[in-house]
Design a binder for this molecule. Structure first.
Ligand code: PEP
Length: 240
């Protein structure tokens, strides 16, 4: 199971020390081989976090990347080469908070192609808005996001897909179990060889309910991942 921590735009240099608890926990955790943990902090912390997590089995990723492979005049942007240089192994692409600022499925596709070429593993986010859900467009939206986002990508196998309904992110609301089961199965039918995660308000209180949906390959966790105790609880409860 994957446990991917998305710290969003939170954290200063001292926040990296909060990982001490997680490192300690995972060292003595009997089922550590089953849990694949990836931290995606803001760009400013990738370097220090990579150093902190050296010699652990916890990896570091970025929350976004630029679509260009090489250096260039793109003020404020960071490319995959730069991310790898400071220790990132993964990159989240297509997060709804980035899509909201105008990132199209086509641009997401370019970013995914670049990330793969550069040797970063991709965490590809898909999900419908509440408006789209109310109009019963969920499957159509997901199909388009997957089709365009993964267009011309030959080796899709290593891509981790996170289904994150936009209405669930940061709201405390999670999908009804049967709805989530069906949506994950819908994605799995299209992407038979990929790991499919769920993301959106995952926390220690609802993790048991989510774990009862037994077709999930893990979680992308925002808010709760910023508190080590909550993050550890989510992992512990998953293997109880
Ligand atoms: C996320 O940022 O991907 C996310 C799922 O956030 P939260 O867990 O806070 O809803």
């Amino acid at each position: 199971m994957y446990f991917i921590a998305n710290w969003k735009m939170f954290g200063g240099i001292n926040s990296v020390n909060s990982l001490d608890k997680v490192i300690k926990f995972i060292k003595s955790f009997k089922k550590k081989k089953l849990a694949k943990i990836i931290y995606c902090p803001p760009h400013t912390l990738i370097d220090s976090m990579s150093k902190k997590l050296k010699n652990t089995n916890i990896s570091v990723g970025s929350q976004n990347c630029h679509e260009h492979e090489s250096y260039g005049p793109f003020t404020g942007s960071v490319n995959c080469k730069m991310l790898k240089n400071v220790g990132a192994k993964y990159v989240i692409i297509g997060h709804s908070e980035v899509r909201q600022s105008g990132e199209s499925n086509k641009l997401i596709n370019q970013k995914i192609q670049t990330a793969i070429k550069s040797g970063l593993k991709v965490i590809f986010c898909v999900g419908e808005t509440i408006h789209q859900r109310k109009k019963k467009l969920t499957k159509k939206i997901l199909s388009t996001q997957i089709k365009v986002g993964l267009n011309k990508i030959k080796n899709k196998k290593g891509i981790i897909v996170a289904y994150e309904p936009v209405w669930s992110i940061g709201t405390g609301i999670i999908p009804k179990p049967l709805d989530l089961l069906n949506t994950i199965n819908f994605i799995k039918k299209r992407l038979k060889n990929n790991k499919i995660l769920y993301g959106g308000s995952v926390n220690p209180k609802n993790i048991n309910q989510l774990n009862s949906i037994n077709n999930l390959d893990g979680y992308l966790i925002g808010g709760a991942s910023q508190v080590s105790k909550k993050f550890i609880d989510i992992i512990k409860k998953t293997y109880n």
